[in-house]
Ligand binder design. Sequence first.
Ligand SMILES: Cc1cc2nc3c(=O)[nH]c(=O)nc-3n(C[C@H](O)[C@H](O)[C@H](O)COP(=O)(O)O)c2cc1C
Length: 180
Amino acid sequence: MRVALLGGSLRPGSLNAHLLRHLAGQLEARDHGVSVFAGESLRLPLYEDGLAASAEILALHGALLAAQGLVIVSPEYNAGIPGHLKNAVDWLSTLKPSPWPGLPVLLCAASPGAFGGARGLVAWRATLANMGALALPEALTVPHADQQLDAHGAPTDARTASAVPKILDGFLSLAARLRS
Ligand SMILES: Cc1cc2nc3c(=O)[nH]c(=O)nc-3n(C[C@H](O)[C@H](O)[C@H](O)COP(=O)(O)O)c2cc1C
């Protein structure tokens, strides 16, 4: 299966980008192909009516069209979606064909806070539903992520470490049923 992963902030030390790369490694270890969009590849022009999509946006669009599922690993900014990720989503929603309808999505978030970015995922669910994407009901959240992720983004606490394979299994099973 081919899975695209999108997320993290633009800062080099992004906890969400570290977690994203860990999840990408876990998917590769299960023999799935991954397309990773994190860090500088998300420094996209702000969406503007009439502005042509850049090569980076077209690459993201192509990867989502080719993928059987998408993993989003999102920071939470003010209980919502960070601007650079919302901008990427908005660009993608303007391109034809839209990659969103029927796309299986796994939502993940990491935050130094106690809620692990869970409130931002509520905003993600509303946006994804509006575009017709199918978010898995379960989500992966990592609270206190500044202490509970190692340098490679692997969870160090038992709860999250055991949650990762279970949630990946659930997501891959949904994606296989919807997009085999
Ligand atoms: C503008 C802004 C708003 C934030 N709002 C929240 C928030 O609502 N909830 C939360 O848990 N953390 C919030 N944070 C803290 C981020 O979760 C923290 O900076 C996190 O490390 C960002 O993700 P990253 O490590 O991938 O860059 C906010 C940070 C910024 C810069």
